[in-house]
Design a protein around this ligand. Sequence first.
Ligand SMILES: NC(=O)C1=CN([C@@H]2O[C@H](COP(=O)(O)OP(=O)(O)OC[C@H]3O[C@@H](n4cnc5c(N)ncnc54)[C@H](O)[C@@H]3O)[C@@H](O)[C@H]2O)C=CC1
Ligand SMILES: NCC(=O)COP(=O)(O)O
Length: 328
Amino acid sequence: MLPLYLTTGEPAGIGIDITLALAALPFGQRIDRPLVVLADPALMLRRARKLGLDVNLIDYMGQEIPAPIGSLYIRPVPLRVSVVDGQLNPLNAPYVLEQLSVAADACLHGRAAGVVTAPVQKSVINEAGIAFSGHTEYFQERAGVAKVVMMLATRTLRVALATTHLPLRAVPDAITPALLTQILTILIHDLRTKFAIAQPKILVCGLNPHAGEGGYLGREEIEVIEPVLAEFRAQGIDVGHALPADTLFTPRLLKDADAVLAMYHDQGLPVLKALGFGEAVNITLGLPFIRTSVDHGTALDLAGTGRAEAGSLVVAVQLANELANAHL
Ligand SMILES: NC(=O)C1=CN([C@@H]2O[C@H](COP(=O)(O)OP(=O)(O)OC[C@H]3O[C@@H](n4cnc5c(N)ncnc54)[C@H](O)[C@@H]3O)[C@@H](O)[C@H]2O)C=CC1
Ligand SMILES: NCC(=O)COP(=O)(O)O
């Protein structure tokens, strides 16, 4: 069976800690294919010692079955400089990016079924002089696709984003009819193919307070968003009208929705995290391979303390495995 690759991300953060926690998962919570960790083995072993964990690292040589309990498969990626837990060092930015390129290329060349990512510190990669906004954009470019969609999901709520890592000032200009058409097309396609929802019901947030209040609080809803939604409705897609975000994110409206489309990062994700932080998963839609991720960041304050929760990573690995099995 093809493996899933797991990138451990920022070496000074909790990516290593939550990855080590996977080794102890009981059989009931384990996936049915190999999981291959991309990391520096010495860093993994040092952090395991600090956390009092006994983890056996096995070099991945194409094994077809999961590693035994207490073990992890590893594909070594060498640190560029040694790590002080919790302290960022731009000299290790190439180490972080090598994990991403190895994982993406394994997926693109049919050597991996998908990639699960632990968090990276976007700022320190930029400090190293390498322009980087996020995994989502990185994998989009590496895969050579025109657009992907970031969607975070809990058991009861899926929130997709029209724009991702943009300064707020740039958001209104980025929301064009062409972008919204691309995003909705990918969202509908992947809800059908990845989540088996034949006729998805999608709620769409407006951009402005009160969805523009009839044009008195902004005209993007009238001039950009509504015309696109009308085109999708004309094709029989259940997208409704642009709703004020504070009205949309209420239980009565959410209970029948398959997904929400928010216009920008902090319009949609705070609600999702308030409802399910620690058990949500981030999925990149529109890629030619499976990519899931955790719902949290690098938590530098917790690296090596034993207080990092691995719940979101467990869900991210399990979802990637389910999606991979569905595409066998
Ligand atoms: N997928 C990714 O690569 C993501 C990366 N980030 C990056 O993470 C960095 C730090 O972001 P912050 O806003 O500080 O968010 P954060 O999620 O790292 O931390 C926020 C708070 O939640 C706690 N926390 C986070 N994960 C936890 C876990 N697994 N168990 C227990 N407590 C946890 C932290 O200790 C902190 O108090 C940023 O550079 C950001 O770019 C943020 C989100 C996703
Ligand atoms: N807040 C979630 C997030 O920003 C994830 O970004 P990415 O690194 O998965 O693109």
